[in-house]
Ligand binder design. Structure first.
Ligand code: NG6
Ligand code: CA
Length: 495
């Protein structure tokens, strides 16, 4: 690998920089299309996120691969649709690593291209081989799948173990107080949310009634590791700081930072500094805190004079949800705010809001500001950046990923011709049309009050003319339904 130190000064350095910009992806959790001010939100201000949009490309038709976390992250990092592979649904905190160390990943490809690669924040892709012992070296994990360094929350904020993992070790673990985790039954007579609601500062609305950590009951049981437990209120600052540290340590070489925030997933426990920043309660305040995180990264890039040659990207792993299991006033205080923007559904849904999420990409050295209607998926990041970094992929690698780099850079208005959206069933987007496979089930997911998109027969919408998916055209356009059904069958059978 040719490092910048050898090229300092002269034109060679400028050329190396222009062809190998740093890449920072800030990947939020459960942020909806309508949650940022650059996408029309008025009830919360997101100036630091808006800065990416103002100086870069803001996408109106960008998609996470799935309407939940684990499969979206799996698809983004591998370039393979998660629904092709069993066991890629929302994982418990003790799940084994679902990424295959033998297979190419986005960070692995960047590393091959000479980048220093780091992940900070939410992982939720499993760790270890299925019987993870949190008290010893934890492997395989991010370091086995292409990252040079890692500072992680293993699963989600609402799942045990509630500790950070740095590279292969739990941070601040006292060997005299080992961690035990069980997803099936309580461990000993430790208090739980169910038995001891009097110990809670935030109560569950559904589920989330097991181990109590920091006054919040979670999914799964855990004991020990008392010194290592995270403090929810400090998590955003911790991740920002670890991200800043990675940037400072990597400034001599091109780097790729995947900063996956906990915000704004449940439990929403933003720092006191953000309390009352919006009138929407913790969900709105968590958006303000997320924006602050982005501001910290901007500050670091600016301070180190890296902004000009850094591709800064922001997106979300799935659409928005209001009540996702805690009584945090999100429903009562929502007011006129529309987390999903003009779209129907939300997290967990086959309707558009399940996967149509914000995506902004800036790179001052090259990108001119614009709004792009190109259809792009996060599954495309791997192949797009591979082409850009002149890395050829072998057949079978990143099979669902397409090179849409010219769209990502705002240089072409065209992205993909078609795309699969995944929630409880699959949907196919092709041109202006969207077909949702027949998938019998409840139209509303009761706990979260999400319109699921379930229907015992196939649905067809024109998402250009009918952005809110109100008029099912399947009856009027049987030919289109047949054509798209056949195409989806081909996509499924591919590989
Ligand atoms: C659900 C959880 C929800 C959230 C989700 C995963 C319950 C009742 N609900 O099972 O709170 O954790 O899983 O979210 O437990 S995701 O963004 O990581 O996919
Ligand atoms: Ca999520």
């Amino acid at each position: 690998m040719q490092r910048r130190e050898f090229l300092l000064g002269g034109a060679a350095s400028l050329m190396a920089q222009a062809s190998r910009p740093n890449v920072v992806l800030i990947y939020a959790d459960d942020i909806g299309y309508g949650d940022l001010s650059c996408y029309g939100a008025a009830a919360v201000k997101t100036p630091n996120l808006d800065r990416i949009a103002k100086t870069g490309v803001r996408f109106t038709d960008a998609h996470s691969s799935s309407a939940t976390c684990t499969p979206s992250r799996y698809s983004m990092l591998t370039g393979e649709y998660a629904w092709r592979k069993k066991g890629t649904g929302v994982l418990p905190g003790d799940a084994r690593l679902i990424l295959d160390p033998e297979k190419l990943t986005w960070p692995g490809m960047m590393k091959r291209a000479g980048y220093r690669t780091g992940v900070v924040g939410k992982w939720h892709l499993g760790l270890g081989n299925g019987n993870v012992d949190w008290n010893t070296e934890i492997r395989p994990g991010p370091l086995e799948v292409g990252f040079d360094s890692a500072f992680l929350m293993p699963a989600t904020g609402d799942r045990v173990p509630c500790v950070y993992v740095k590279d292969r070790r739990v941070v601040d673990l006292d060997p005299a107080d080992p961690i035990r985790v069980d997803y099936k039954k309580p461990i000993g007579d430790e208090p739980t949310g169910k038995k001891n609601p009097e110990l809670l500062k935030m109560h569950p609305s559904h589920g989330h009634d097991m181990a109590i950590v920091n006054g919040v009951s979670r999914i799964g049981y855990m004991t020990g590791g008392k010194k290592a437990l995270w403090v929810d209120e400090e998590m955003a600052a911790r991740f920002a700081e670890e991200g800043e540290k990675f940037i400072a340590e990597s400034k001599q070489e091109p780097f790729f930072l995947y900063l996956a925030t906990h915000g704004i997933h449940v439990p929403r426990v933003p720092n006191k500094k953000f309390e009352g920043k919006t009138k929407m309660g913790p969900r709105g305040d968590a958006i303000a805190e997320l924006d602050w995180t982005v501001g910290q990264i901007w500050k670091q890039l600016d301070r180190l004079k890296l902004t000009r040659n850094t591709i800064m990207m922001f997106s979300s792993d799935n659409g928005p949800v209001i009540d996702d299991g805690y009584k945090d006033d999100a429903v009562a205080k929502l007011g006129a705010h529309k987390p999903a923007g003009p779209f129907r559904g939300g997290k967990y849904s086959n309707f558009e809001a399940g996967t149509r999420v914000p995506l902004m990409v800036s790179w001052p050295a090259r990108i001119r500001p614009r709004v792009s209607d190109a259809l792009v998926g996060q599954v495309d990041f791997l192949r797009s950046f591979a082409g850009f970094a002149k890395q050829s992929l072998k057949s079978g690698e990143a099979p669902d990923s397409q090179d849409v780099m010219s769209a990502l850079l705002g240089e072409s208005p065209k992205g993909r011709e078609w795309l699969v959206e995944h929630a409880r069933a699959l949907s196919l987007r092709q041109g202006d049309y969207k077909m949702i496979e027949a998938n019998p089930g409840p139209a509303i997911q009761v706990n979260t009050n999400t319109e699921t998109g379930a229907n015992s027969s196939t649905q067809l919408y024109n998402v250009k003319l009918d952005i809110g998916e109100q008029k099912n055209l399947a009856g009027e356009m049987p030919g289109k339904v047949a054509e798209m059904t056949e195409m989806l069958a081909r996509v499924k059978a591919d590989q």
